[in-house]
Write a protein that binds this ligand. Sequence first.
Ligand code: PLP
Length: 393
Amino acid sequence: MLKTVAAFDRIGEENAFAVLARATQLASAGRDIINLGIGQPDFRTPDFIVEAAVKALRDGHHGYTPAVGILPLREAVAADLGKRFAVKVSPDEIMIMPGGKPTMYMAVLMFGEPGADILYPDPGFPIYRSMIEYTGARPIPVPIREENGFAFSAEETLKLITPQTRLIILNSPANPTGGVTPKAEVDKLVAGLERHPDVAVMSDEIYDHMLYDGETHVCLLSYPSIRDRLILLNGWSKTYAMTGWRLGYAVWPGKLYDYARKLAVNLYSCVNAATQYAGLAALTGPQDECAKMVAEFDRRRQVVVAGLNKLPGMSCATPKGAFYAFPNVKRTGWKSKPLANALLDESGVALIGGPDFGILGEGYLRVSYANSTENILKALDRMGEFLTSRKAA
Ligand code: PLP
């Protein structure tokens, strides 16, 4: 018997990938499947970004780059953050990462160990908890409540801090709820954190461009009092429809930058060079395609929310960000996961059960509206037929 490290048995997963695999399997067996399960834009990466990568390859950018990323790209990220949020960030604080996930992986690795507590949102992106458990730290869920517009509560978060707390993970706009935390609540949280100078913060802002109803993004970098312990996670995956390219960036404070650089050297050396040139084109080129995608998501959001609210037993708050709706299904009589499974098997609609995002996700489904309006309407019809004809299992 191979004797492996016990921590590996504690690593979790993202069920969205399992649902995608099952949906693909059913589709290849001839079933007509509508996928509202996966969290990626259904658009192509804009052509000028693709062309920049092709050009980089033709120009001979075939070798390693610095582990922290090419300087022009780090400068472009710094300029973009400066322009959008009026914050001063040096390119030397910015590290180019192979996607958004590696930043959470590294950040949790830096603070998680037995005896440490790490706070994370529930319901929230499942990888946070998975990584916390891997390190042996104690995962402390911060409840994200429907009655609070799926924003986090500063008061509730601050109350959970103990002398063991090392790291707090924040995410707004949020997956899976689409919730956006208002500035006043962030102000309150940061004011409270000033009493806890030993607690680090990782702010996952990967959906920062996807805001609706006039919301503006509150970037945690704009709070000087926590800048020396703030890790910012962001990237290109969602904003520029680049999930498959694997490109993200992080802002690391103080010595954490060097820790992250060394982890990169040990793990992957650097991000794919051509991809970095694509990311540079994305940030410095025209932004209208990105704005068009957000406008399209906004239209679909209205269709999906109106449709879900008409289904028997469902009610859906209007999400203000990302591309997810998180309808409450408690009055249908179904538990979330059996409902999601039955909708896929019997009606050909792929969605994710709320409990895949934490215990407090029970009673909800995650509906990704990264699909055409036509498909969304078809899926809503099928869900309506299912709920009127089928008794809860
Ligand atoms: N953070 C959140 C909240 C996400 O929803 C996702 C992807 O679904 C990520 C991070 C990971 O992004 P990436 O695909 O760039 O690793």
